[in-house]
Each structure stands twice: as C-alpha cells, then as structure tokens.
Design a protein around this ligand. Structure first.
Ligand code: G4P
Length: 528
C-alpha cells in the first residue's frame, strides 16, 4: 500500500474524562467492536483506586497497567485506530497533557448526572488551546441525569465549546427509550441488553412518520420532534471543517456500560475524525506524506523490573516510514541510533514490527538516551514543539538521606525527570534541588522508585511556593531586569534546561511582581 493510503486509514486519538465518567468502559466497548478483545472486563482501569494513595503496591499496579494500555490499537471497517491512554487521576495530569501532543483528535466523556467536572475542564482547555478536534460523548443515559439541553448549555459555558448534537436521547434513566441518531437519521431502541444486535436500528429519515409514534409512543415521539426542532434552531449545523479546526464539537449520547450509542459514536468518528495531521516544528511544518521519517518521544516508561534499567520510549511517527534496524538521527545528541526490536502495540499485547506509519506509536528500548520531546529523523535537524512543562502545583526540597549513595540519587533523579515524573529546579542562591509536581502522590512515587530502582534514599522538606513562572525579559541588560534579579534573588531558580524561573510564594506577590516589572514576561508554561 502507498504511504498516502496507510496514512488515510489511520486515526490516532485519546479519550479524556474526569475519573469515573466511563473512560475505561467506553475504551473497552470500542475494542470489542474492533474484535480486539473478546469479552468485557479485559481492559483494566488505570486509575489509582480510591483511598489507595499511599499504597505503593497500588502505584506499581497502576504503572504496570499503564504500560499495557499505553496504546490500544485495533482495526474497524478497514481503519486502523490507535487509542492513546491517558491517566484520569489528577496527579498524573501532566502525563495526559503530554499524551495529548501525540493525538490527532479527542473524545471527551461526560457523566450525564455529574455534568462537566473539574478534570474535564482542565483537559478540554488544553485541547482547545491546540485546536484539537473533539467529539463529546455523554455517558450513563441509563441513569437519571441532567436534561439534555441543560447539559449542552453547561458544556458550552464551562468548557467554552460550540456544540452540535449528532444524536439525541429519548427519555432518560428509568424512562430511557433510546436515541435518535441525527447523523444517520435512525432510531436505536434501548433494551438494556448489551448483547442486543448492535445493527438493530430503525431508519427514520422523516421525523413526522407515524412509525416513530409506534416505535416509542406518541408522547415520546412528540417530545422528540419538539426538542429536535428546538435543537436545530439553537445549534449550528454540523460542519466537518469546523470540527477539524476545533471550532465545533459534535455530541453523542449513550451508555457505555450497556454498549449503547457506542457504535454510532465509532461510525461517525471514523468518518469525520482526521487522519494523521501535519506537525509544527521549530524549523518548519512537517507533513505526514513526506517520504522521510520523523517522529518524537512523548512518553517514557521505566521498566517494571528493577534489575533491567532499560526503558521504553514511546515515539509518535509524524512523517514517512519508520523501519526496524535503519539508523535514525537522534537530533539532540546528534548521533545515529538503530532499533532492532521496536514494539508496536495492540489491544493487549506488544509485538516487534518492521515498518510503522504516521499516526502509529512505536515503543523503543532505551538505556537512557531519550528525554520527553526528543526528535528522531533521517538526518534533518527538526525539533518538534508542543511539549511544554506546566507550572507545578507542589514544591519541596529534596535531600539526600544516604550520603554513601549520592551518585545513585543524582542518576535516579535525572532519569525520573527525563521520564517526566516531576520537574527539577535548582535555587540560584544555594543550588538546592527543588522537586515540583502536579500532585502530591508523585513525591511518594519518586521516593519509592529512587529506593527500589536506584538504591538511593531521599527526604523532603516543605517549601512555600505558589507557582513557578518562566521568565522572559524584554532586555537582559536592562536596569529593570537587573533590579528584578537582585530583589528577587531568593526566589529565582533554573529549570533542567537552564531557563530562569521565578518561584512566587503567593498569588499576591506574583501580581505585585508582575506589576512592578512590566518589561518582564511571566509565563506559566516552559514553552513560549
Ligand atoms: P473511568 O475510566 O472514566 O474512571 O470510568 P470507568 O469506565 O471505570 O467507569 C466508572 C463507573 O461507571 C464504573 O462503575 C462503570 O461500571 C460505571 N459506568 C460506566 N458507563 C456506565 C453507563 O453507561 N451506565 C452506568 N450506569 N454506569 C456506567 P464502578 O461501580 O465504579 O465500577 P465497576 O465495579 O462496575 O467496574
């Protein structure tokens, strides 16, 4: 098959949601459609179980699952679908942000009763900033929940999206009768039996047909007609271009647990979701159809076996063809590397592959060469953008608790930071190391892994920092900037790349500083 055909048959996407909205359940049903798994319950949830935050076994369990579910690939109607797994727990949100740099579109799952939740807001904001095409799936229609119109309103308000329903629920909870598929113009009746023949839908191209009354009863039929008419007046018509540019988000309703409304979602998804897209680099825009291979590392996973320190670097292929045993340029190190056993991922297993195409993810065995954001090419100097660090929420000093093992500690910290577990800052004043994380759970992960994988011990010391801001002065030599460096010396640090960071101890002091130094830009992500 030609490169172009291979690209056109691929869809690489992520599912995002607040924990418990039904991401795992939906993933599983999608895999069932692809025949990738045979039974429900095969996909393990990657979330950290409630109340288990201090249980190290739980962290390891979570890590184990997240290797297995990093990429779930399957074929459906001749389309190769790659689902990139995203952790739901908020302490691992950065992992999710990074994974979102490797997807071409996203499905957002929302619980019909809970509506838009905190984690959904954060994740959707990241997708919106990048104009990632999004489809919304409103889940758990078999339960009592919010009115469809109210919910669509809430999605528009809280998530700042422009929605258009492509399916519409008939009743809800106890009275849930099914969905009208606006996209395909048919009715799918809900029986509550997940084994029901999934193709069993009734064509209703004209809503005024009496057949609709027979099917769902006159009251429901009239309600549906009214609501759909209203919806047509309120919401814009679906427009694929607008969806692809992130300006319009189609909405589906269903119940993942009952495998209801999932086929409709999947069928629409494969027809509207974008195939692998061009990607910006510092040098130029790279198109997937270019003959030469390029790709970037968006995730690094340490081996679960502490005796083998090798890691798996996940590379998203952006352009050309990736081939086994062909030497590629590691741009940051300016050296050629070849990979004898690149892994491709399928629903539950990984296999060595000879060739992969844009949209695919390959897992490369790594002995410490890779960092998140690294680019591989056939020789061209390309640096892919878009994997910024975000300001951490928690900050602590890290101290060496075993002076005999300081080398091990250095190495461990270094590698864990490369993996993107947390961010390291060094205080300008005294060179002390500060670990910044998105969630408190990471400190335990780091301590545990330093000890078990590197034989090093650490302790933490609290540090009162509200936010880390990356500093960009208009003019490095200006008096203003020199004054800032002098006055704020106590609060300045460098990140791993040597960029200057201001550690503000409160929102108030941050505002005061911003007001006082108007020629300095304060960025909340490392990429600007
Ligand atoms: P997550 O990955 O987004 O965190 O959610 P997950 O799929 O694990 O689903 C969270 C809970 O919601 C699960 O119940 C799951 O069975 C339930 N659920 C998912 N989809 C639906 C649906 O369409 N209708 C209803 N009624 N429930 C749904 P749990 O009790 O937490 O877990 P389990 O013991 O059932 O696995």
């Amino acid at each position: 098959m030609k490169l172009k055909d291979e690209i056109n048959k691929r869809r690489t996407f992520g599912i995002v949601s607040h924990p418990d909205a039904g991401k795992t359940t939906l993933t599983e049903k999608l895999l069932l459609f692809g025949g990738a798994i045979q039974e429900a319950g095969a996909v393990k949830s990657n979330k950290v179980k409630k109340g288990a935050t201090s249980d190290f076994m739980e962290i390891e369990r979570q890590r184990g699952i997240s290797v297995a579910t990093s990429v779930l690939a399957f074929e459906y109607k001749d389309i190769k679908i790659n689902i990139l797994d995203t952790p739901g727990h908020k302490d691992f949100a950065e992992d999710t942000f990074r994974t979102l740099t490797a997807v071409d579109s996203v499905i957002v799952v929302i619980d019909v009763a809970k509506g838009v939740e905190e984690q959904t807001e954060k994740l959707v904001e990241v997708c919106r900033m990048r104009n990632i095409p999004m489809i919304v799936f409103i889940n758990k229609l078999d339960r009592e929940g919010k009115d469809a119109f109210d919910l669509l309103d809430e999605i528009e308000q809280k998530l700042n999206l422009t929605v258009t329903p492509l399916s519409y629920p008939i009743g809800m909870g106890y009275d849930f009768k099914g969905i009208y598929n606006i996209w395909e113009q048919n009715v799918n009746l809900f029986t509550g039996d997940p084994r029901k023949d999934i193709e069993d839908t009734v064509e209703i191209s004209d809503l005024n047909t009496p057949e609709l009354d027979e099917l769902i009863g006159s009251d429901s039929a009239n309600d549906l007609r009214e609501e759909l008419e209203l919806a047509q007046g309120v919401y814009p018509k679906f427009d694929q271009q607008a969806y692809k540019e992130g300006r319009l988000q189609p909405v589906f309703f269903g119940s993942a647990l009952n495998n209801f409304g999932v086929r409709e979602l999947l069928d629409c998804f494969i027809s509207i979701a974008p195939a692998p897209l061009p990607k910006e680099s510092e040098e130029r825009t790279v198109k997937p159809t270019e003959e030469k291979f390029t790709g970037f590392v968006f995730k690094i996973h340490a081996n679960m076996d502490p005796k083998h320190r090798d890691r798996l670097a996940f590379v998203k292929i952006v352009s050309g063809k990736f081939e086994r045993n062909v030497p590629y340029l590691h741009v940051r190190h300016n050296k050629k590397l070849r990979f004898s056993s690149p892994n491709a991922f399928f629903a539950e297993k990984k296999e060595i592959v000879d060739v992969s195409y844009p949209g695919d993810i390959v897992g490369l065995h790594d002995t410490g060469n890779f960092k998140i954001g690294d680019t591989l090419t056939e020789g061209e100097e390309i640096h892919y953008r878009g994997i910024p660090n975000f300001s951490p929420e928690h900050f602590r000093y890290i101290n060496n608790a075993d002076p005999m093992k300081s080398k091990q500690l250095e190495k461990g910290i270094d590698q864990l930071m490369d993996e993107g577990v947390a961010q390291l800052f060094r205080l300008e004043l005294n060179n002390r190391k500060i670990i910044g994380t998105v969630g408190a759970l990471q400190y335990e992960v780091i301590q545990y892994r330093l000890e078990h994988e590197y034989g090093a011990k650490c302790t933490y010391e609290n540090l009162n920092v509200h936010k880390a801001c990356w500093i960009e002065p208009e003019d490095e030599k200006s008096d203003g900037f020199q004054d800032f460096k002098r006055v704020k010396a106590k609060f300045l640090a460098k990140d791993k790349r040597g960029q200057l960071v201001f550690l503000a101890d409160s929102q108030f002091s941050l505002q005061m500083t911003q007001q006082k130094y108007k020629t300095i830009k304060f960025h909340f992500t490392s990429e600007f």
